[in-house]
Design a binder for this molecule. Structure first.
Ligand SMILES: [Zn+2]
Length: 115
């Protein structure tokens, strides 16, 4: 089998965050090899149009809305998730732990290294 066939990671994407005339633009390209220019031109066209509308204002200066407080995480002992059946994940980030596998619970603070 070739490298291409054995790869199980999802395809990568590229996200670009930018500002145009005070409007924030978030461009996500599913295919990193795709040409970003048509996307950018479409964003600029949309913003130019919005910019011509009355009462439309960029939120450039506005603070981000406050995030609602999160519910406290349950203690590991009270967690409804069966930690033994959690999917095994692999560290993708560059660093000392790259390639190690672990289980982590999304509902509580449970975390366990496998390798
Ligand atoms: Zn848990």
């Amino acid at each position: 089998m070739t490298e291409e066939n054995t790869r199980s990671e999802p395809p990568q994407s590229i996200t670009i965050k930018a500002y145009y005339k005070g409007y924030s633009v978030l461009l996500t390209m599913k295919d990193p090899k795709a040409d970003p220019q048509p996307l950018i031109e479409r964003a600029i066209y949309a913003i130019d149009w919005i910019d011509g509308q009355r009462d439309f204002k960029p939120n450039w200066k506005q603070e981000a809305p406050p995030t609602p407080p999160k519910a406290p995480k349950p203690d590991q002992g009270q967690c409804p998730v069966n930690h033994a059946e959690l999917p095994i994940m692999t560290v993708k980030k560059e660093g000392a732990n790259k390639g190690r596998t672990f289980q982590a619970c999304p509902k509580c603070n449970y975390f366990k290294w496998i390798t």
